[in-house]
Design a protein around this ligand. Structure first.
Ligand code: ADP
Length: 147
């Protein structure tokens, strides 16, 4: 069984995230979407629950996908689930610099391998922060979000 974790904030979960998850499912038997949160941020539990439910709904009927919120280190979350891989998406060089650092750190403290998927060219400009910004200014963001 190849089990991978796809960690992120997913605030919100976009069609860019969905594409990475769908492609990761071609390589792994089980994909656990982990919504990372900071335990020091109060009042987030209700929001997290909604986010878990919303992402679960996107993959309804697919029993190879699990969605769970977690705090703490991603490698510890992965180990708890018996996952040997972390999946991350790369949109641009800036992502790469940050992600390589994370991957190297995780490799230094565990046996977990990080696997990178480059963003689909037509989805690479989509980010959660861009969606939040548009939404806050009254724009319809539905075309950036999974059904
Ligand atoms: P984080 O706060 O950990 O960066 P995000 O929710 O922003 O979490 O992103 C989670 C992962 O998805 C990251 O690896 C990010 O690079 C990737 N990602 C985000 N948007 C896209 C996209 N449009 N296409 C491909 N990968 C993406």
């Amino acid at each position: 069984m190849r089990i991978a974790v796809f960690p992120g904030s997913f605030d919100p979960f976009t069609i860019g995230h969905k594409d990475i998850a769908d492609r990761a499912l071609r390589m792994f038997d089980i994909l656990i979407i982990g919504i990372g949160y900071n335990i020091n941020k109060p009042g987030i539990s209700g929001i997290l629950e909604d986010r878990v439910k919303a992402i679960e709904k996107v993959f309804e009927g697919n029993d190879r996908i699990k969605v769970e919120a977690y705090s703490g280190l991603t490698v510890d979350f992965a180990k708890r689930h018996g996952a040997e891989f972390i999946v991350r998406g790369l949109r641009e060089v800036k992502d790469f610099e940050y992600e390589r650092n994370l991957a190297d750190t995780n490799a230094a403290i565990s046996d977990i391998e990080t696997v990178f998927l480059t963003a689909r060219p037509d989805l690479g400009f989509i980010s959660s922060s861009m969606v939040r910004e548009l939404k806050a200014n009254g724009y319809d963001t539905s075309r950036f979000l999974p059904n």
